[in-house]
Ligand binder design. Sequence first.
Ligand SMILES: Cc1ncc(COP(=O)(O)O)c(C=O)c1O
Length: 421
Amino acid sequence: MTSADPLAVKTLADEASALDAADPLRDRRDLFVGAETSLVYFDGNSLGRPLQATAGRLARFVQEEWGGRLIRGWDESWMQLPFDIGDALGRTALGAAPGQTVIGDSTTVLLYKLVRAAFDAAVAADPARVEIVVDRDNFPTDRYIVEGIAAERGGRVRWVEAPLDAGVDADALRSAVGPATAVVVLSHVAYRSGYLADAAALTRIAHDAGALIVWDLCHSAGSVPVQADAWEFDLAVGCTYKYLNGGPGSPAFAYLATRLQDRLAQPIQGWMGADDVFAMGPAYRPAHGMRRFLSGTPPIVGMLAMQDTLALLDEVGIEAVRDKSVALTSFAVRVADAQLAPLGVTVASPRDPSARGGHVTLSHPAMRAVTARLWTQDVIPDYRDPGGLRIGLSPLSTSFAETLAGLESVAVAVSAAQAEA
Ligand SMILES: Cc1ncc(COP(=O)(O)O)c(C=O)c1O
């Protein structure tokens, strides 16, 4: 039994139809594999759906490039691919001029390389700067990497406390940074709450304290516009398998402002980051520019699929994607208030859309069991402790009708869990 009001359901269904009809991106959903099925996908912020075009791209690559060109492919295009895709990503989604973005290793490995490089440069310039500032609710990899680097380099971690249903604001950061700060590590969109940080303001606060800042853009790249150059970012990393639909384990990107590139040395000195890759010289000399942030052979196959999403973003524009994202999450919050609040579910994400990224977290003690039940019914959200059901609404592949259908299933599953308790 649900306590859903049938009149409210009718009104919300009408609203979903009207929003879909008025959505300028509605036809783009049909470009994704599986969009024609009744499955509700609320996890595009963990692993995006593939585009149909990607199947052809991968098959062509095997037949024509890998199978046809063989080792010549490296000279003909693959050596350049991490930089070409990086520039396309910088242009379409990151507000980054060419020559500052590269596709590399996993986000975790790139975070290690960039935070270490930034920390070492800060300490070399001023030995009193021994602290890395990070928030206690940042994604685990970010916290673990920071703790590891602090231990390895004789530094200290300075923790910022932030509410679980929000994130780090200007006051919280201001009170954590100072003359001892070497590097600040923050997420643009918080993985748990969906809180959207004011990245320009927080970057300014870090700079005013004399520190460098490393942004984690995993939950914003391809969903929330970023102005890396205009906001004067130093360094950033982000995933490509979420809103950029790069596929499971597709490699991450790194951004470094041009002004820093030749000043920073990264710790994994491999041949692909060397000045003359094929000189095979006796000692490592870092390349100029972004190549020095590569280490080993670039994962070419892994970076094919994301190109289809970048082409789509180029066509529709990241601002249109953000507009739809705001409309989708606002609709989800309205449905949650109408259908789920009577069941004791609360919204654990910012209600102000300007402070919210592309996902909404709904909180209730039964959500772990509810998520497991929904997966068996082809409704796919994800679960994050404590009691958080995450609704990730990937704007290019999600409709308003799908969002409503999924949230109605959540209401039924919560009611069932309560009945069983
Ligand atoms: C915010 C955030 N940072 C870092 C990571 C780690 O990424 P990877 O597994 O590619 O190293 C993730 C993965 O989901 C993430 O969501």
